[in-house]
Each structure stands twice: as C-alpha cells, then as structure tokens.
Design a protein around this ligand. Structure first.
Ligand code: G3I
Length: 335
C-alpha cells in the first residue's frame, strides 16, 4: 500500500480534495482517507444548498462532510460564503418581488455569514469568504453581479468583516479563477491590496487552478506565484484539475469538442507533464503556499464532464475511474 499524497507532501502543505456527501459513502471514501488531509465541500456549503429560503437552513450535507473530516483528522476549508452563482433568489428580492435595498441585502448577507461561520467555529480553519468577484472582461474590474449592482463593491469588505466577527481565528480567503491571465491576475492583486489597505481581514488568496494540458506554461505559473507572493498573504491552490482538452485563450470560449472521449496516451502524457511542472513550482513556493486542494476525487466524476461541453467526459485528476493512480500521480510524488 503506497503512502498517500498527504504523506509525500507532509513537509510541504496539506493536500485536500473537494467532495460531495455521496463520495463519502462510496468506495471513494477509502481513497480520500488514504490520500488527503483536507476537505472542501464541493457544493454543500454554498449559499443556495445551505440557506434555500430566509428562514430555512439545510445543514445535513455540510455537517456530514465536517463529521467525516473530523473523524479522520482532516482539516476543512469552507466554500463559500458569498458567490453570485447559486445565491438563492430570496437574497435579492422582497416579499413583493422587488429588488431589495443595499441595507437589506447586507443585513441578509450578515445573517447568513454569521450563522454559517458560527456553526463551524473551531472546526473550519479557512473560508473562501468571497468567490469570483473580478470580471473576466478586460474593460471591467468587478463582475456585474446582483451583489455588485445592489451594493457596489462594499459587500466584499463587509463579507470579510462579518466572517471575522463570527470567528476571529478563521483564515479568510479571497478565491478566484483564470488567475494566470495577466490582466485578471493584476485585478485580483489590486483587489487584495485595496482590501488590505482598508484594514479588511484578508489572510489568504485562493487560486482555483482549473487548468488544462496547454495552460499554464511554467513561466506563466511562476510569474503568477511570484506576483501573488508579493501580497504578503497565504496562497492556496483551491480547486486544482488539469483538463485533457486544450483551454481556449478566452476564458469563456468552450473548449473544442473532441471526438476522442477516451483518454489517449498522448493526452495522459501531456497531463502528467503539466502536473509535474505545477507541483515543482508549488514546492518552490512552499513558504507562501499553505495548501493544495484538488477539485473532485477521481476521473470517475468531475464537474468538467459537464463544463464547458455538457456530457463530454474529461479525465482531469490523479486517479482513474477505477480509483487507481495515473501517470500524473507518479509524476507528482516522485521528486
Ligand atoms: O443538487 C441539485 C439537484 O437536487 C438537482 O436535481 C440537480 C439538477 O438541476 O442540480 C443539483 O445541483 C447541481 C449541483 O452542482 C450539485 O450537483 C447544480 O445544478 C450544479 O450547477 C452544481 O454545479 C456545481 C458548480 O460549482 C455550480 O455551483 C459543481 O458541482 C461544482 O463542481 C462547481 O464548483 C465551482 C466552485 O464552487 C467555484 N469555482 C468553480 C467551480 C467549477 O464551476
């Protein structure tokens, strides 16, 4: 029985994985226990699943993930307290169906964050407080979300303050994707700098790291980690996967439909080389990187099976559909 990822990296940083309650009740649970020492709820702790209506919280799935982690001596990353995606409609509308005022929305956001962070105080050590508020459009700084339209940028600082009041010991992260793109990278850098300058308790920056066999290059990733390490906050790789389909240069353009839905040897070799390069750089920046989390457990299931092309099987992780280590696993642990 070879040691797990967490053992190979025990002198570097925790190695985590995003899970659903279903995974914890399947044969993936054994692999999770063997390989990882940190968990993130893939969906169970998001605003919609947790807080479907103003007076209703649904804790069962989130609690089951927390219980599994605590039973197995694993850390827990909370994901996420504020996101434009899966934010339930009720947050933004009053009983008459009109859009709420900024004051009402901030009061609802405070109630949500306070209830959630308080419940897991002392159990969840780090929260993705705000997720993906930076726009992918070069000419736009903030994403034009409902939160932004109603509150302006203020909801971002407020979310961090609400979380800090609820659990002063929790590490509070800003989390985003497409962090390799130089334009977006600088906007993310600027956001964190502005929050720090305003005295907002931002302790870390999460790089989602949804990458592919053609991106990032070693120099792109090195430049990104170098730039973000100048912020003076912790960095974490929060949602790592390496799609076997080349990523188009524009963030949102769908990857080319690929007839070969089987994992060809060539794709597997390219993916292994990218994983090797990534982990070599994660080790190089070990003084500032405090965690690396994969998004989903094995190629049996990935969110990429439905994004950006619904139903197109992807093979983005280190373990195959039979939960056996792939070539990429060996490239990551042999250093
Ligand atoms: O739970 C419902 C189920 O009751 C319903 O029958 C079904 C059909 O509509 O939907 C189910 O909810 C789905 C949920 O995943 C759980 O499976 C949502 O439709 C679906 O949109 C949701 O997708 C998740 C996505 O975030 C959107 O929230 C993915 O699983 C999840 O991997 C993905 O993760 C995000 C991170 O949170 C943030 N960074 C990007 C990353 C990838 O999009």
């Amino acid at each position: 029985q070879s040691p797990g990822l967490k053992t190979y990296y025990q002198d570097y940083f925790p190695i985590g994985v995003a899970v659903s309650p279903r995974a914890l009740h399947s044969d993936e649970a054994k692999l999770i226990r063997q390989q990882f020492n940190s968990l993130t709820a893939e969906n169970a702790m998001k605003m919609g699943p947790l807080h479907p209506s103003e007076d209703t919280y649904y804790w069962k799935d989130a609690d089951s993930i927390v219980a599994f982690a605590l039973r197995n001596g694993m850390r827990i990353r909370g994901h996420n307290l504020c996101w434009h995606n899966q934010a339930p409609r009720w947050f933004f509308t009053n009983s008459a169906g009109d859009t709420v005022s900024k004051a009402v929305l901030l009061q609802r956001l405070k109630a949500h964050i306070t209830a959630v962070v308080s419940r897991y105080k002392g159990k969840i050590y780090a929260w993705d407080v705000v997720n993906e508020v930076i726009s992918d459009k070069p000419e736009e700084f903030y994403r034009n979300s409902e939160f932004y339209r109603i509150c302006g940028e203020e909801y971002i600082a407020k979310a961090f303050q609400y979380a800090h009041e609820a659990d002063p010991d929790a590490l509070l992260f800003y989390n985003d994707y497409n962090e390799i793109d130089p334009v977006k990278r600088e906007k993310i850098y600027r956001l964190v700098k502005n929050l720090q300058a305003a005295g907002v308790p931002v302790h870390g920056l999460g790089l989602q790291a949804h990458w592919a066999i053609n991106e990032p290059s070693e120099s792109q990733l090195d430049s990104t980690l170098q730039r973000f390490s100048e912020l003076g906050v912790q960095l974490q790789i929060t949602e790592l996967d390496i799609s076997v389909y080349p990523k188009e240069h524009s963030a949102r353009k769908a990857r080319p439909a690929d007839t070969a839905t089987t994992l060809t040897r060539e794709k597997e070799d390219r993916q292994a080389a990218v994983y090797r390069m990534c982990f070599a750089l994660f080790r190089k920046y070990r003084d500032v990187i405090t965690g690396v989390t994969f998004w989903n457990v094995s190629d049996r299931h990935s969110w990429l099976d439905n994004f950006p092309v619904r139903g197109r099987k992807d093979y983005p992780l280190l373990f195959d559909k039979n939960l056996l280590p792939k070539k990429a696993f060996r490239e990551v642990v042999e250093f």
